[in-house]
Write a protein that binds this ligand. Structure first.
Ligand SMILES: Nc1nc2c(ncn2[C@@H]2O[C@H](COP(=O)(O)OP(=O)(O)O)[C@@H](O)[C@H]2O)c(=O)[nH]1
Ligand SMILES: [Mg+2]
Ligand SMILES: [Zn+2]
Length: 261
């Protein structure tokens, strides 16, 4: 970039000027349609710009964090990004059955769950990528880079096997990269993350990240209800009646409390 460095994210559309045949400077970043980022009290980290779909990659082994899934969902909802949950390593049959059971909650909320094995066959994923800029998100070790290599063999993304052979660290993927699938579809491989800070989400917007809460908004006794333990809370009521899963309320309340500090 000309002038100050940084500010450009994977997925950005930019105006640039060539300085040599193969190099150029970025003059301007085009307005973004979405921006996916994680943040804590100290820093913000952009994951990708302009994505239309976040693919949360989980696997039965190593075990995945359900809290991380919920955090990704909040981030996606806040930016109006589609969500697809891929349960990778479906070749591990018994553990996958257990994981599918856990994920059925998210399926009941309307999120698509797609079990597959990146080592065996990724063709079921292809139709879901059509006309999207997708980003692979999730903890490291879930098989994101393996998945990407299966889709785009020329990508040659380093995976855990390769890093073991080279004796490098566990974080095999160190930077995000975008790959074109066809004229209208592309996919971004991102480094894995164990944390997904949401401190950039305003407290009053957090509940919007929980789809199934929406029908109850405006029905709480207090207009500024935070759905913690207020009397006459329509969300708490719905949980009591089994209309909202208690786990989701627990994740919401945990996030709300963490964001305060
Ligand atoms: N059994 C099984 N292992 C897989 C599958 N996909 C990836 N793995 C393994 O999981 C490990 C982590 O994969 P990697 O692609 O580096 O994960 P990333 O950190 O999410 O990019 C590697 O040892 C892969 O071989 C799969 O479908 N089945
Ligand atoms: Mg990787
Ligand atoms: Zn309430």
């Amino acid at each position: 970039m000309r002038g100050k460095k940084g500010g450009v994210a994977c997925g950005d559309r930019v105006e640039y000027q060539l300085t040599t045949a193969e190099q150029g400077v970025i003059e301007k970043i085009q307005p973004r349609t979405s921006l996916l980022y994680r943040s804590d009290a100290f820093k913000e980290k952009i994951i990708a710009a302009n994505v239309t779909q976040i693919i949360i990659v989980v696997a039965a082994i190593p075990s995945f964090s359900e809290e991380l899934i919920n955090r990704c969902l909040v981030a996606a909802e806040s930016e109006n990004i589609d969500v697809l949950i891929v349960l990778n390593k479906a070749d591990l049959i018994e553990p996958t059955r257990v994981a599918l059971d856990t994920l059925s909650l998210y399926e009941s909320l309307g999120y698509r769950i797609l079990p597959l094995s990146a080592l065996q066959d990724v063709s079921v994923l292809r139709p879901h990528l059509q006309d999207h800029l997708s980003v692979l998100a999730g903890q490291s070790g879930m098989g994101k880079s393996t998945l990407l290599n299966a889709l785009i063999p020329q990508a040659n993304r380093a995976t855990a096997e390769i890093s073991a052979a080279l004796d490098s660290g566990t974080h095999t993927t160190t930077h995000s990269q975008l790959y074109h699938l066809d004229e209208n579809s592309a996919i971004i491989d991102s480094p894995g993350f164990q944390e997904f800070g949401l401190s950039h989400i305003k407290e009053e917007n957090l509940a919007w990240g929980f789809l199934e809460f929406h029908p109850y908004f405006g029905q709480c006794k207090f207009s500024n209800c935070r759905h913690l333990k207020e009397p006459g809370c329509a969300v708490l009521n719905a949980v009591e009646q089994g209309k909202i899963h208690f786990k989701r309320l627990a994740f919401y309340q945990k996030l709300l409390r963490q964001n305060e500090f």
